[in-house]
Design a binder for this molecule. Structure first.
Ligand code: NZQ
Ligand code: ZN
Length: 386
């Protein structure tokens, strides 16, 4: 097991009715900017619940943060923060609103030339305006981690940043919010969280027995609750298990002391930036082929995954590992997710080449747990996924 230092300061308020408890978490004299997305919270009652809980506060609102939070929209919100002298940010939404809020938290205190530097300078952000979240869509884990992914349409970029100053102070996880989530987003949430676990697990054996078991149990739980939550998102027990699994998949716990891959995400972000494909669907397009392409270095963990998560006990190590990959593809398909790039766009003949060039331009010469996945390999994996 590798050395690690682990600290996660985000307080979780989990369960029915927890939105009511917001006032206990936000300083009484705070001037709050409440941030949200395209309006789902106004239809499902979450907006009213939050407004009621915040009735004792001075609250300014900023709605309209789109899925894949867009830099130019966030710059408008940044103006509001400065003009209104906001002291506290409250994200009410999914990963996009939360990530946008993290960016604003950092940008509000950033002294450099342009806030886009935060996405390109690779410096961990150590301070930001304080913020909390009310999660409305389990998927990304952003509610309990310090990462954020921001999109810039103008340049077709989608880049990540983060740092110890980017943890939410608290997050409200009320599984009742799940009942209004459309099928497409439920499937996305399951697939995204599942892939988060795989990115931290499907590397090479390092003797981290507990981290492996944590990871496997999260994947098993997602597989177990997926049919129930897809059938009936108002099934409260299924919703609880779905929501907590998504948070646990990417709150740092299972990453401690073990190598991480994350190449599927790096490649996937490009597909979203180029074609607007939902984040989770880009992962489903790439995951199986990433594992097929890197079979030699990942087969031990793939076989362990096949055995422990999918109960595949027959065959050689290689046969089990291949069966594990096929099971993963089938799982995504069982959620109604298409797993080929050509299912989403007809304009794909040069995609692999274009993304490889982008990685070269950025100096991303070696991705993955061994830092050996070169742009030429990235190109091949993407071409396998057409
Ligand atoms: O915008 P509104 O109207 O609110 O609708 C949203 C949005 O259209 C809707 N929605 C959310 N909660 C709902 C709901 N609809 C009905 N009922 C509810 N309760 O769902 C749509 C998608 O929302 P979004 O926030 O974009 O989804 P998600 O949580 O999947 O976030 C995706 C973003 O997070 C990034 C992705 O790259 C993408 O930009 N990620 C962030 C990570 C992190 N910070 O750690 C890690 C992930 O790997 C990922 O990269
Ligand atoms: Zn993800």
């Amino acid at each position: 097991m590798n050395n690690f230092k682990y600290r996660n300061p985000t307080k979780i308020l989990f369960g029915k009715g927890q939105i009511e408890n917001l006032p206990a978490e936000i300083p009484v004299n705070a001037k709050v900017l409440m941030l949200y997305g395209g309006g789902s919270i106004k239809k499902n009652g979450i907006y009213d619940q939050v407004k009621k809980a915040l009735s004792g506060y001075e609250v300014v609102e900023f709605g309209g943060i789109p899925a894949n939070p867009e830099y130019s929209v966030l710059l408008d919100a940044l103006k509001v923060i400065k003009e209104e002298k906001i002291t506290y940010l409250l994200a009410v939404g999914g990963g996009s609103v939360i990530d946008g809020t993290k960016f604003l938290s950092a940008a509000a205190l950033y002294q450099g030339e342009t806030p886009w530097d935060l996405l390109t300078n690779k410096k961990p952000v150590t301070e930001g305006l304080p913020f909390g979240t009310v999660l409305t869509l389990p998927a990304t884990g952003s509610e309990m981690n310090s990462g954020s992914v921001i999109t810039r349409a103008e340049t077709q970029e989608k880049l990540a940043f983060g740092g110890p100053g980017m943890f939410p102070q608290f997050s409200v996880l009320d599984p009742e919010v799940i009942k209004s989530i459309p099928q497409r987003q439920l499937a996305n949430g399951i697939a995204d969280a599942f892939t988060h676990v795989m990115e931290q697990y499907m590397t090479y054996p390092i003797g981290a027995l507990l981290q492996d078991r944590f990871a496997e149990s999260i994947m098993q739980t997602l597989i177990e609750v997926a049919p129930a939550i897809m059938k009936d998102p108002s099934d409260y027990q299924a919703a609880c298990n779905f929501m907590w699994s998504c948070t646990m998949a990417l709150n740092g716990l299972i990453q401690q002391g073990v190598p991480g891959d994350w190449a599927i995400h790096s490649m996937g972000h490009e597909l979203t930036a180029m074609y607007g494909i939902d984040h989770a669907r880009t992962l489903a397009i790439l995951a199986g082929n990433h594992y097929r392409y890197n079979f030699g270095t990942k087969k031990e963990k793939l076989a362990q995954y096949a055995e422990r998560v999918w109960n595949i006990t027959e065959g050689s190590l290689e046969e089990k590992a291949h069966a594990g990959i096929d099971k993963t593809d089938e799982f995504f398909k069982s959620l109604g997710i298409d797993i080929k790039l050509s299912d989403y766009t007809k304009d794909y003949s040069e995609t692999g080449n274009i993304i490889a060039k982008r990685f070269i331009d950025r100096g991303w010469m070696g991705l993955g747990e061994h830092k050996l996945l070169a742009p030429a390999d990235v190109q091949k994996i993407i071409e396998m996924s057409y």
